[in-house]
Design a protein around this ligand. Structure first.
Ligand SMILES: NC(=O)c1ccc[n+]([C@@H]2O[C@H](COP(=O)([O-])OP(=O)(O)OC[C@H]3O[C@@H](n4cnc5c(N)ncnc54)[C@H](OP(=O)(O)O)[C@@H]3O)[C@@H](O)[C@H]2O)c1
Length: 270
């Protein structure tokens, strides 16, 4: 990015130790922003922060598990001490869950909701005082194309991201009068460690998906562009856009396609 439209701004990204979050940290830094990088694996967050700092901005690595209230409070205290306020919060930390709703365990479903939904809510709530100090502040919530349409074998994850979409809409309205914008970015299939980090119902593994994945860097570029333009809704990858649109226009047809994706239940590997 040649110009630096985010110069002097502070961006906090959760899940910045890898994948989309780390790529987003670099893209915001290239656009001039100082960046707070948060995730659980501190050595990886520190490594990402070094790379971000090499771009000539300030980078603050913080070890933070967004499912733990004290970690989130400390994250905000460290952000305040270093920068005094926050211009953009990117709620990116998230995890997948694979398997039919009947086969996933209650513990797995709770774990995914604890991170994808409660984590996002917890971080956003704690960040509000810092966001309120900066005019034109933003919250960028990372959802998924699967938050717009439930698919078989992905129901737990889809439900968590649908909750993110609903919270985003509610928060957007709640904060509009204060001039704080709330954006939704919904990636499609993206190259990252997401599939390795995903939870699986016992005995269930997904075969390779015959779709071209987007790079995490391209997702990050689209995110920073949306952030710059204050674009409320960004759906990524061509198949992702087609799915979201087709589901809106011809939901019955999409139900039939989804049924074919579910049957026969032959993906068991154990
Ligand atoms: N990859 C895809 O195909 C895809 C598609 C659509 C949407 N998305 C969404 O994009 C976001 C980023 O995913 P990704 O593809 O970059 O996956 P990833 O490579 O697995 O990265 C996930 C990130 O979240 C962090 N994280 C996990 N649990 C955490 C916790 N409890 N507290 C703080 N950080 C935590 C991880 O770091 P630590 O382990 O160090 O904490 C890591 O940095 C997620 O919300 C995901 O749902 C991904």
């Amino acid at each position: 990015m040649k110009t630096q439209p985010f110069k002097g701004r502070v961006v906090l990204i959760t899940g910045a130790s890898g994948g989309i979050g780390r790529a987003a940290a670099k893209r915001y830094a290239e656009a001039g922003a100082d960046v707070v990088l948060a995730a659980r694996r501190l050595p990886r967050v520190e490594d990402a922060a070094r790379e971000v700092a090499s771009l000539g901005v300030r980078a603050l690595p913080v070890r933070c598990d967004v499912t733990v209230g004290e970690d989130v409070e400390r994250l905000m205290r460290e952000t305040e001490a270093a920068f005094g306020g926050l211009d953009v919060l990117v709620n990116n930390a998230g995890q997948g869950l694979y398997g039919p709703l009947e086969a996933i365990s209650e513990a797995q479903l709770r774990q995914v909701f604890e991170l994808n939904v409660f984590g996002l809510w917890r971080v956003t709530r704690a960040a509000m005082p810092l966001l309120r100090r900066r005019p034109g502040a933003q919250v960028v919530n990372v959802s998924s194309v699967l938050g717009h349409r439930g698919l078989p074998l992905l129901g737990g994850y889809c439900a968590s991201k649908a909750a993110v979409n609903a919270m985003t809409e509610s928060l957007r309205a709640e904060l509009a009068a204060e001039g704080i914008r709330v954006l939704l970015v919904s990636p499609g299939l993206t190259e990252s460690e997401f599939r390795e980090n995903r939870l699986h119902a016992e005995g269930w593994r997904q075969e390779a998906i015959p779709l071209k994945a987007m790079s995490a860097e391209d997702v990050a570029t689209a995110m920073v562009r949306a952030s710059l333009r204050g674009r409320r809704d960004t759906v990524l990858t061509l198949p992702g856009r087609v799915m979201v649109l087709a589901n809106r226009l011809v939901p019955g047809l999409f139900d039939r396609i989804a049924r074919r994706m579910a049957a026969p239940p032959k993906k068991k590997d154990a």
